[in-house]
Design a protein around this ligand. Structure first.
Ligand SMILES: [Zn+2]
Length: 148
């Protein structure tokens, strides 16, 4: 049974660094989602509010839920990356064309599973489908969360 290509472009130290980063991110997002959930439940416990308040609450809840979905998606991606690290030799390789993804790129986005060329191509497709919902903005959102 010949497995796919072994990663040769990442040394042990780099690989460990990325592994730790993914683990830390999983922990961070899981904690964040748990906190958000508590927060939402506390908000639900309201009596004697007027219409305006509950309208605002709805908007707030809506925003938080939408935000949660984004985080949940990111968490899914992180877990997928983690599985890739643990169960395959394919982490750090483009899932599309098999070329090596550079450490710098992985460092910035440990969940990268496509090389720049393939990513750009898929983003072009995405752009045509969703009109500019680029994963680039997702990255920025995540950074904002990290700072909060
Ligand atoms: Zn590729």
């Amino acid at each position: 049974m010949s497995k796919s290509k072994k990663i040769t472009h990442l040394n042990k130290k780099q690989y460990k660094f990325l592994e730790d980063k993914v683990l830390a991110e999983i922990e961070r997002i899981e904690n964040k989602l748990a906190t958000d959930k508590t927060h939402l439940e506390l908000n639900k416990d309201s009596s004697g509010r007027d219409e305006v308040d509950s309208a605002n609450d709805d908007i707030l809840k809506h925003t938080e839920l939408r935000f949660q979905t984004r985080e949940t998606l990111y968490l899914k991606k992180l877990k997928k990356t983690r599985r890739l690290m643990l169960e395959t030799d394919e982490y750090g390789l483009c899932q599309d064309c098999g070329s090596e993804i550079g450490f710098q790129r992985l460092q910035a986005r440990p969940t990268s599973d496509m090389c720049i060329a393939c990513k750009e191509e898929s983003e072009r497709d995405e752009f045509q489908n969703f009109h500019g919902r680029k994963s680039k903005s997702l990255g920025q959102q995540i950074n904002l969360v990290g700072r909060a």
